[in-house]
Design a protein around this ligand. Structure first.
Ligand SMILES: [Zn+2]
Length: 264
């Protein structure tokens, strides 16, 4: 825990380690990041500690970094988080240009487009760690908990969250409204992991082979801390079931998927 991977004197060696100075082009798709899943978690934890304690280093934001990464990217982690303006993911982990492959969507749901983006990060850019980052007080989760009436495209997004809220209600039948939200947020992170592994044959395979680790976490709005939740508690049974093939689902794998604990 005490090895500070991003001490100023170590920024350059790590850039070399990450292959940044000879960054591969996207044509190198399929090559794996040189940073393991556990190393990636350590880098993120140390960055979050700097953020929480007000010792941000703002690494990899200079002209040289732009120049070095212009030829291609080689991020060490893929993160899907909420669009919430209070959760700026690069800043929360004190990372810079080319470090993190990030997908942001309200409620950090894993629907078709998000899964495709994660597949790009994990399969083509080769990040060995995939992280689903939820956060306290999530408006999207709260809207589902409170049964808010929404129009436009929002219902199609929020239906991804409904199974997680239903699961939270089942486990905590006496909790309602805001009291249920923290549990629903956590459950929604795990739901996203399950949706990803269930609907992405590629990520499912990489996870099953131990080449990619998928973990969850929840961000605390006031403290700035990231609480790590680890892997899905039912990972074994999720990986035991064959993933759904998006080609045979008419390219719309996420719609109508039964993710209400069907793999338990
Ligand atoms: Zn949110």
């Amino acid at each position: 825990m005490k090895s500070k991977l991003f001490r100023p004197a170590q920024v350059l060696p790590i850039a070399v380690t990450l292959g940044i100075l000879t960054a591969p082009s996207p044509a190198d798709a399929g090559s794996s990041s040189s940073v393991s899943a556990s190393e990636a978690q350590e880098i993120l934890k140390e960055g979050n500690e700097r953020f929480v304690s007000g010792r941000l280093m703002h690494p990899h934001l200079d002209r040289q970094r732009r120049f070095n990464t212009a030829k291609g990217q080689n991020p060490f982690v893929t993160i899907i988080g909420c669009s919430d303006s209070r959760v700026p993911i690069e800043t929360v982990f004190d990372q810079g240009i080319g470090d993190t492959f990030i997908i942001r969507v309200a409620g950090n749901v894993c629907d078709t487009d998000q899964i495709a983006s994660i597949e790009y990060g994990a399969e083509h850019l080769g990040t060995q760690l995939v992280m689903v980052l939820g956060h306290e007080g999530c408006g999207a989760v709260t809207a589902v908990v409170e049964g808010a009436e929404l129009d436009g495209s929002l219902p199609a997004l929020l239906d991804n969250i409904e199974p997680a809220v239903a699961e939270s209600r089942r486990i905590h039948p006496r909790l309602k409204g805001k009291d249920l939200v923290p549990f629903a947020v956590r459950s929604n992170v795990m739901q996203a992991i399950e949706d990803l592994l269930t609907n992405s044959p590629g990520v499912h395979k990489l996870a099953d082979q131990g080449k990619v680790q998928v973990v969850g976490a929840v961000y605390e709005l006031e403290t700035g801390k990231v609480r790590w939740l680890g892997e899905h508690p039912n990972l074994g049974s999720i990986l035991k079931n064959p993933p759904k093939d998006p080609q045979h689902a008419g390219g719309d794998a996420s719609k109508g998927h039964d993710h209400a604990g069907g793999n338990h």
